[in-house]
Write a protein that binds this ligand. Structure first.
Ligand code: 4NP
Length: 178
């Protein structure tokens, strides 16, 4: 019997280990793009029946403890998703062991994440659009200095990336249970 790939059977027998796929979205401030991605991905995963752990963080510490930008909360609500209860935090070393996937919103975030990665970190680090065929390496533009319209177009961009990532992770989850 295969209790849990990659873990000794007694660890699975004892319980207390979370085997769900886990995803951490990361941007700079953790108040605009990554909280939107967290909300959009959690909702899409729930709709598709994928049981997973989702969180977000920033590479910078400017907004620790802050709720998402009001424009991010508003555009998420316009799509029926509540992100007002999320709070900004900074990525830390434990994240590289806790999460299967760390997903950067743009190429500068990717570099910031890699610079913080412990040598033996187990998380796979990539950009959101790496999961979208033909769009690998594409950055999600930062809407922070923009308008509400910029937040609407950022939401649409994130939604597209999230759809690609969900397809990838559903396939990964299916291969783990085979
Ligand atoms: P985010 O946007 O990285 O998508 O959360 C930003 C939020 C705040 C700042 C920059 C980007 N800032 O400089 O305070």
């Amino acid at each position: 019997m295969d209790f849990c790939k990659g873990l000794p059977y007694w660890a699975a027998m004892l319980g207390g280990v979370d085997h769900r796929i886990s995803v951490l979205f990361v941007c700079l401030g953790n108040i605009c793009r990554s909280p939107m991605a967290e909300g959009a991905f959690r909702a899409a995963a729930h709709r598709s029946g994928l049981d997973c752990v989702v969180d977000s963080a920033g590479t910078a510490s400017y907004h620790l403890g802050d709720a998402p930008d009001p424009r991010a909360i508003a555009i998420a609500r316009a799509h029926g998703i509540e992100i007002g209860g999320q709070y900004a935090r900074q990525i830390d070393a434990k994240d590289f062991f806790r999460f299967n996937h760390i997903i950067a919103m743009d190429s500068a975030n990717l570099e910031g994440i890699k610079a913080r990665a412990p040598r033996d970190g187990t998380a796979r680090i990539s950009m959101l659009f790496d999961a979208v065929p033909g769009r690998g390496g594409h950055s999600v533009p930062d809407p922070y200095h923009g308008t509400a319209d910029d937040f609407a177009s950022t939401w649409a961009t994130i939604d597209e990336g999230v759809a690609g990532l969900l397809m990838q992770l559903r396939a990964e989850a299916a291969s783990l249970t085979r």
